[in-house]
Design a protein around this ligand. Sequence first.
Ligand SMILES: [Zn+2]
Length: 327
Amino acid sequence: MLITHLGLTVRDPDRSRRFYLDVLGLDGSAYPEPWGFRVDLRDGFMLALIRGEPAGAELVRAVHFGAALSSAGAARELRDRLRGHGVPEIEWEDADDYVGVKVSDPDGYVVELAYEPRSRLAFAAAPNVPSPKNGDEALARLLAGNKRFVQGKTQSPRRDSVRRTEVAQGQKPFAIILTCSDSRLAPEVVFDEGLGDLFVVRVAGNTAPDPMLIGSMEYSALTFGSILLMVLGHDRCGAVEAALDVVTKGSVPPGEIGAATAPIVPAIQAVQGRPADQLLDAAIQENVRQTVQRLGQVPTLAELVQGGKLKIVGYEYDLHTGKVTAI
Ligand SMILES: [Zn+2]
């Protein structure tokens, strides 16, 4: 990795905790404002690494946070330059084989900037994690993010202006999530992912009866190479409840709501013999199962699955705990 410039936020003139990014060349040169990015400390970052060369006022390559310096000398030189700014949040470490800084934000999020010769580089908060190589890896990543969410240890990664700039040039979402429109279930939040990570298709009741919905998922799998398709239902789903009323009470939903409940009806019919107090949960799970099955029969998706390029899974989200569980 060629490292040419280091961006560093050092000014907070109005104590807003919004720091400004100064871009410094490692050769000691500095670049004017148009090169800079404003970084909000509340995003958890103060230090940035910029790779690539400028084309006019634009960066031609992506910008990454977290940094590794090219030599211990460069790290020490940078440290000496920065010390003058007296930024209190920065802690310095200097050892024979390690020169670095650790920066903590008010939420305890830590970014490390370091030179380390054994190439065990400190990327405590590097937001650009490698893309999962297969469906299993993709699923493991989502589950790890969900675990952080459940434990209240979210990183809220890749949601800043730098990521926005990066993905504006192109997207490569590794997973497709088909989930309910329910406002309490937001995929990027519950899986602790960021911009450009997930291709989300949402419809009340998380069904896919419609070519438009299927086409959206095919588009992401074929165009962006998404390698995981997760159907994500959730407990106490209003859409499934409404469909249950259609079947058990003969109710007729107003407007076009029936179009959203109709695809859920076969799932309800499949579990109708269950005790009344288990019926809703059983229907929710059966609805996910049937949707997974239906998607697996879509020729394009089936071909990807057979070729090992797509994995389709069904999960249920628990509104109370935030945890997703395999169905
Ligand atoms: Zn729902």
